[in-house]
Design a protein around this ligand. Structure first.
Ligand SMILES: N[C@@H](CCC(=O)N[C@@H](CS)C(=O)NCC(=O)O)C(=O)O
Length: 254
């Protein structure tokens, strides 16, 4: 990825997208997948995971990623707001179902993955706990920044696995039902944002292999460890492999 710094990007016209650089960060990659599938051009902007990101903060009011800024519109950081922006800029392929029941189910399940308190917030409590307790001095500043940003506590980490299991069961049940109904997708008969979101977020539990996902080995082990705690069903990974193969450019580039 050819990133611009926040200072270089902030006065440029068009869509600027701040992304956590150097790893397949789940919210950042999901935002990219939504724009990429619609062929919406954007300028990638550098966000450094766990760092202060002062220039990004000064420009957008946000330290973390993703942050999507279109011209002089307000910066958007929430996954659902970024999805709405992508749908507005380029309606096709449609990522939000027209049918009300399907739409409710899609947003509900997507929020179970991406929302505050959802699957990956829970997994991250464990990751932050591991970093804080690692005894590795170099990891401490980032661990402390993220602990504060994402409401880490020992109690939160303790209940994380149970909550993750509950959410993974809901996603597995949904895919099993869809398989019975002969659909290859999470919702209805076509690809939606949920398929792209799961493709991205699945990497935090079982990263795609090295040749498709050339991420740093320490982060790979840390992501895999979050998955090993909960042992997700194989159907979830078979599904993400299908979505990557059919819709997403590989190897991942971050
Ligand atoms: N704002 C996002 C969540 C963003 C988020 O958690 N970003 C993480 C992972 S992509 C991040 O920036 N981590 C690195 C950091 O905090 O510096 C949402 O609510 O949808």
């Amino acid at each position: 990825m050819d990133y611009k710094t926040p200072k270089e990007a902030q006065d440029l016209p068009g869509l600027r997208l701040a992304l956590t650089a150097g790893l397949p960060a789940p919210w950042s990659m999901a935002a990219r997948f939504m724009f990429d599938i619609k062929k919406i051009a954007y300028i990638p902007v550098l966000q450094q995971g766990g760092a202060a990101n002062e220039d990004l903060l000064e420009w957008t009011g946000h330290r973390n990623a993703p942050v999507a800024v279109l011209d002089d519109e307000p910066p958007r950081t929430n996954w659902a707001d970024i999805l709405e922006l992508a749908e507005r800029l380029e309606p096709l392929p449609r990522l939000v179902p027209v049918d009300t029941e399907e739409r409710l189910r899609m947003f509900g399940l997507a929020n179970e993955i991406c929302g505050a308190g959802g699957l990956t917030y829970q997994a991250r409590h464990n990751m932050i706990g591991n970093m804080l307790n690692s005894g590795v001095e170099a990891l401490q500043p980032a661990a402390r920044t993220m602990a504060k940003a994402y409401a880490y506590s020992e109690e939160a980490a303790q209940q994380a696995t149970a909550r993750m299991t509950q959410i993974l069961d809901a996603l597995t049940d949904q895919l099993e039902r869809q398989k019975t109904a002969n659909s290859r997708y999470f919702i209805g008969n076509g690809m939606t944002a949920l398929d792209l979101i799961w493709a991205s977020f699945s990497n935090t539990l079982q990263p795609l292999p090295k040749e498709l996902n050339p991420m740093n080995e320490r982060m790979r082990a840390s992501y895999q460890e979050m998955g090993d705690r909960v042992n997700p069903a194989q159907i979830l990974f078979d599904h993400r492999d299908y979505i990557y193969e059919k819709y997403i450019a590989l190897p991942l580039d971050f």
